[in-house]
Design a protein around this ligand. Sequence first.
Ligand SMILES: C[S@@+](CC[C@H](N)C(=O)[O-])C[C@H]1O[C@@H](n2cnc3c(N)ncnc32)[C@H](O)[C@@H]1O
Length: 199
Amino acid sequence: MIDDIKKLKGFMPHHEGLALLKWSETFSKYGPIIEIGTYCGKSSAYLAYGAIKNNQVVYTIDHHSGSEEHQINEEYFDEEVYDESNKRIDTFPIFKMNMEKLGIENVIPVVAKSELVSRSWQADAGLIFIDGGHSMESALNDYHGWKNKICSDGALVIHDIFDDPKDGGQAPNTIYKKALAEGFELYERIDTTVCLTKV
Ligand SMILES: C[S@@+](CC[C@H](N)C(=O)[O-])C[C@H]1O[C@@H](n2cnc3c(N)ncnc32)[C@H](O)[C@@H]1O
């Protein structure tokens, strides 16, 4: 079953996904999981498998219109997620199909902009996973919007941390450094994914 997640369309390498699953199991003891950046649900599936062990849910937030790099003529454009009739990226149909295919029922999609949802979000999370827009503005919005919505024993997880700018964009790394400077502590790192706890 877990191997089936590997085949889903998305941006989460399996070894980092397995870390998400483990952290989700650990931190969903304290509250639900919130994910920023669903795309087609690959990371959501790893998180869901961990959360189900504590009978918990994963709220996954995405406007499903893709980030800058997913748009037509950009590096990660994928015509399979392009809705020709509406002339826009729409990853929601494949997300929905993937959850159904894997029989996952504990993922609750919130189809909206992250900044809009964070403004009115009330329930603190056991774990917040940030993998939304990778522009500096988006990453900072996600960090500021969500960092105070983690319960006291909970965790903040950030994807796509590249120490060397030659390997990738620096926005996720910037919010990682900010979190460390603001009292979060590294709990574990698996390749480009970091898991932080609040001290
Ligand atoms: C890198 S992808 C997420 C990859 C996914 N976690 C996976 O495992 O494949 C980033 C996603 O963030 C979404 N996104 C970008 N900016 C957003 C925003 N301001 N609010 C909500 N979603 C956003 C995009 O639509 C895109 O699907």
